[in-house]
Ligand binder design. Structure first.
Ligand code: GLY
Ligand code: MN
Ligand code: MN
Length: 451
């Protein structure tokens, strides 16, 4: 899928190592839970209420962690320590829909593969439920009472261990994540061109999807594509069909999926590249790159987030938007009105990946710093973790009114707010891999490669 021909060949040894890692993790998780088998259903289709329409199928992340199958519901992964893992692969007799192809690819040689034609046929192939950690959604249960009933039990010690370990990406996963960056960058380039050509938010969205080769069912999250003031709505997904006049700014937060792995990239563009808003984008961009460089082993992500507040307030001070020192803006909570979300989050199989708050592989939670309710990552960075770094500055009346109500109106130069409000806001977001040494920004090289 959209990768050089040699790509799959290069994945063969990487996948073998990845699978070995997955088995080691499963061995330990089963010991902790006191189980003999790990059983993971891929998930089921879901239907809309009082209707025969199904929602887009979303694979169980615990399943796609093992193998790159993202479109095959009613399938199962079975792992028993010391044995070859088994895939129960659902390939129905169905002339209404396209049936999944027989399994192929770099992963198949590692598994015993059993094709089933009906979901319940899995029952005869699954290990005893009582001895199995079964990780999945309740709907994956098989067999109606009083007959055999095989239902996910989601044991906490098993899930806590596996989710915690998933923070440490294998080289195979990083390779897939780099490709997810390249795909998204194609879309970002096409989207910027569509913006400059005067297209509407909807038109830009379509240009993005066409360039990536993915639509809403495939993308890791709904595209955020906002022109002018819409850039101030953090999760703006309305997609107006008519472009505003005049065009001033464009914020796009959009990713791509590759074999189940997500990218999550944000860029902000000024229509007039000679404008003061462009200068502010450039300042945030430079600051963002410095923050990305701060992704180093041993660094507390909470500190990166708190430091980002000071840096961003420094930019607002330079542009005359705040009338107090950056330190004072942070201390009084004014900074939270301009930067009202977290600096970023773990990413991988899920765009907001698991274990961002995990205190250990046996549970526990690292709380957010007081006054930062939207931060999604509170851990100390370690090699193998991938996080987003996504500072932003916005002009959001709802939050700025709070600044006034809280008695800090004098901290802000409101004429400068008026000047920037029509542009909405700025966010710049990359993915960064923490290594033993320097930060490895996964996103910027994909833009550089694309030229
Ligand atoms: N696109 C959602 C986020 O950046 O977290
Ligand atoms: Mn993000
Ligand atoms: Mn994003």
């Amino acid at each position: 899928m959209n990768a050089p021909a040699s790509f799959d060949t290069d994945l063969v040894p990487l996948y073998a190592d990845h699978l070995a890692t997955m088995k080691r993790r499963a061995d330990e998780a089963l010991v902790r839970g006191g189980f003999d088998h790990l059983v993971v259903p891929s998930g089921t289709q879901h239907w809309q209420v009082f209707d025969d329409r199904d929602y887009p199928y979303a694979v169980n992340p615990q399943f796609k962690a093992w193998l790159p199958l993202t479109r095959v519901p009613y399938s199962w992964l079975v792992y028993t320590p010391g044995e070859r893992p088994k895939v129960i692969f659902y390939q129905p007799f169905d002339y209404w829909h396209v049936v999944p192809d027989a399994p192929s690819g770099w992963w198949v040689d590692h598994f015993d593969i059993h094709i089933i034609r009906k979901p319940d046929e899995a029952l005869a192939l699954l290990p005893p439920a009582a001895r199995s950690a079964i990780l999945g959604e309740p709907q994956s249960a098989l067999g109606a009472a009083p007959g055999p009933h095989y239902a996910p039990n989601n044991p906490e010690p098993v899930i806590q261990y596996l989710e915690y370990q998933r923070s440490y990406k294998t080289p195979y996963e990083i390779t897939l994540m780099r490709q997810a960056q390249r795909l998204a960058v194609r879309g970002h380039r096409a989207a910027e061109a569509a913006f400059r050509a005067g297209q509407s938010e909807f038109g830009i969205h379509m240009a993005y999807c066409a360039a990536v080769g993915q639509d809403a069912n495939d993308l890791p999250y709904g595209n955020i594509i906002g022109l002018n003031e819409h850039a101030a709505v953090l999760h703006y997904t309305e997609l107006q069909r008519v472009a505003p006049d005049p065009l001033r700014s464009f914020l796009i937060d959009a990713g791509a999926s590759f074999h189940g792995y997500a990218s999550d990239i944000t860029r902000t563009h000024a229509y007039d590249t000679g404008s003061e808003f462009q200068a502010m984008i450039d300042a945030v961009d430079a600051a963002q790159q410095a923050m990305c460089a701060g992704v180093r082993s041993g660094v507390d992500y909470r500190q990166l987030h708190v430091d980002a507040h000071l840096t961003l307030m420094g930019i607002l001070k330079d542009f005359g938007v705040i009338a107090v020192s950056p330190e004072a803006a942070v201390a009084t909570g004014v900074s939270a009105a301009f930067f009202p979300h977290g600096l970023g989050h773990p990413i991988g199989l899920q765009v907001h990946d698991v274990a961002g708050f995990a205190a250990s592989d046996r549970g526990g939670r690292i709380e957010r710093p007081a006054g930062h309710p939207y931060l999604r990552m509170t851990r100390v960075l370690e090699p193998g973790m991938v996080v987003t770094i996504e500072p932003g500055l916005y002009f959001i009346d709802l939050l700025l009114d709070e600044v006034k109500k809280n008695g800090h109106a004098a901290s802000v130069d409101w004429s400068r707010v008026d000047a920037f409000r029509p542009y909405g806001g700025i966010r710049i977001e990359d993915e960064v891999l923490c290594t033993d040494g320097d930060a490895d920004n996964l996103t910027r090289p994909a833009f550089a490669e694309a030229g």
